[in-house]
Structures are given as structure tokens and as C-alpha cells.
Design a protein around this ligand. Structure first.
Ligand code: 0FX
Length: 242
């Protein structure tokens, strides 16, 4: 029996894992689910039967490495330490098409820099969103898409890969491919910088529409400018195709 630990802070992906893993006999694989200790709002994950884990705690790392054959990170907020990824097979499900726009909120940056977007299932190494690629699926960015529209398309592609390949991942029945190059990485600081709109910035209208749609994601207040009273005014864009 293979022991698999799924570490995730994403309700949709955990629900998918739980429904797909139900189809796998417990004589073949057993799945445990944890959310990360830095998750500030885990109530829905708790409702799915999950408990907390600190992926940086040395004692827990020792326990995990001696218990599990495979660890799957599915939008986990904590970065796995080098010792863990070197000792046990760790696989990441990432909402971006590595090596393009690795790191934070890939679709936001792909709307702006036009690099490809999609999802990647890859072996983990010590660099973020970096190890050998096992499965990838590219999705389109349409002219009327906001960040949320592209993100939803990416998550659907991730769920399809989980549905089609979970058993292959467990049994290591796949080939993996080294990244041709390291691509580029964006951090949370890059996103925060984008969010501060510079009202005197010049550029084409197309570039400005791209900036606003890249920062429009449902109810999140991302893009803002500061008015003459020193207050933030949040900006979202609405795009409707005829
Ligand atoms: O599941 P996830 O896509 O993100 C999780 C972790 O929270 C994140 O730390 C990790 N880097 C990622 C691989 O997995 O959910 P989320 O709600 O954090 O973000 C989803 C999207 O929501 C993101 O792509 C852009 C948007 N968003 C999120 C936040 C927090 C915003 O537009 N503004 C925000 O302030």
C-alpha cells in the first residue's frame, strides 16, 4: 500500500483529490490530507476533514519522511524545505505553465507579458516551481478575460490532470522532463508593485486595459490609486464580449 500525503490550502483541489482517490482501493493507496500552518482561514478545509501541518517543523519532517511514499503539494502556502524534497518524492501541482511566470499568481503576469499560461505537475526540487515536468496543460487567454477568468480555466485544467493521472502519479508511472531553461519568477512584491496604479504612467490603452484586467479578480481589491486626500481608491474593470 502506497502512503500519500496531500498538503493543500485550496478547497477546490482537495475536493477533487478526495473524490478521485475514492475510486482507488485502500489496498492500493491511502491518502491523508493536511493544510499548512500559515493558512489564516482553514475552516472550509477543516470541514473536509483536514488537520494542520507545519512543513518546516523538523520533527514533523522526520515523521513524514518515515511514513509517506509520496507527498503532493496542491497550492500549499508553505515552501517545502530542501531536506524534505531531497528525502521523499514530492510533487507539486502549480497553477502556471513552468518555466513561464513561476511563483505568485502566474495568470496575472501572463496577461501582461503574454507568456504562456496553464498548469504544471512537476517533481519538486529546492527552487520554487522548478523541478522536472511530469504533466502540463496550456490554457488560452481571451481578450475579455480578467485574472479570475484565466485562473478558473487553469484550476479546471489542474482538476482534469488530477482526474486523469492520480494513479500514475502514485505508482510513478510517468516520464518527467527537465526544464529547458529557468524561465522567470515573480514574487508577491512584484504583484504589490503592479497594484499601485501610477496615474501619470504613459502607454497604450491596450496596455492599460491589460493592467486592469490582470488585477481584476472577483472581490479582491487589488489595483488602487491614492487620491488627493491620501485615500486609496480601488479599481476593477468589467469586460463583456458581444
Ligand atoms: O490556491 P491559490 O491559488 O493559492 C495558493 C496559496 O494561497 C498561494 O500562497 C500559493 N502561491 C499558491 C500556489 O497556492 O488561492 P489564492 O486565493 O491565494 O489565490 C488565487 C488567485 O486569487 C490568485 O492567482 C490571484 C487572486 N488573488 C489572490 C489574493 C490573495 C488576488 O487577485 N489578490 C489577492 O490578494
Amino acid at each position: 500500500v502506497k502512503k500519500v500525503l496531500v498538503v493543500s490550502d485550496n478547497v477546490e483541489l482537495v475536493s477533487k483529490f478526495q473524490s478521485v482517490s475514492k475510486r482507488i482501493s485502500t489496498e492500493v493507496a491511502e491518502f491523508d490530507y493536511r493544510y499548512s500552518i500559515i493558512n489564516k482561514s482553514p475552516s472550509e478545509l477543516k470541514r473536509l476533514g483536514m488537520s494542520v501541518v507545519d512543513m518546516k517543523d523538523q520533527k514533523i519532517i522526520n515523521l513524514i519522511t518515515s511514513t509517506y511514499d509520496l507527498i503532493i503539494s496542491a497550492h500549499c502556502k508553505q515552501i517545502f524545505p530542501k531536506k524534505l524534497v531531497d528525502t521523499v518524492r514530492c510533487i507539486n501541482i502549480h497553477p502556471g505553465l513552468n518555466p513561464y511566470n513561476r511563483g505568485w499568481f502566474p495568470q496575472v503576469f501572463s496577461i501582461l507579458n503574454k507568456k504562456p499560461i496553464g498548469c504544471t505537475i512537476h517533481l519538486m526540487d529546492e527552487k520554487i516551481d522548478h523541478g522536472d515536468v511530469i504533466y502540463q496543460s496550456e490554457v488560452a487567454i481571451k481578450s475579455c478575460d480578467t485574472s479570475l477568468d484565466v485562473y478558473n480555466r487553469v484550476v479546471s485544467a489542474e482538476k482534469e490532470l488530477i482526474n486523469n493521472h492520480l494513479l500514475d502519479l502514485v505508482h510513478e508511472k510517468y516520464t518527467s522532463k527537465k526544464l529547458g531553461n529557468d524561465g522567470n519568477y515573480n514574487g508577491i512584491k512584484d504583484f504589490k508593485k503592479l497594484s499601485q496604479l501610477d496615474l501619470s504612467s504613459s502607454g497604450t490603452l491596450a496596455e492599460h486595459i491589460d493592467l486592469l484586467r490582470a488585477l481584476t479578480h472577483g472581490d479582491f481589491n487589488n489595483a488602487y490609486f491614492v487620491d488627493d486626500q491620501g485615500q486609496r481608491v480601488f479599481v476593477k474593470i468589467n469586460l463583456d464580449k458581444e
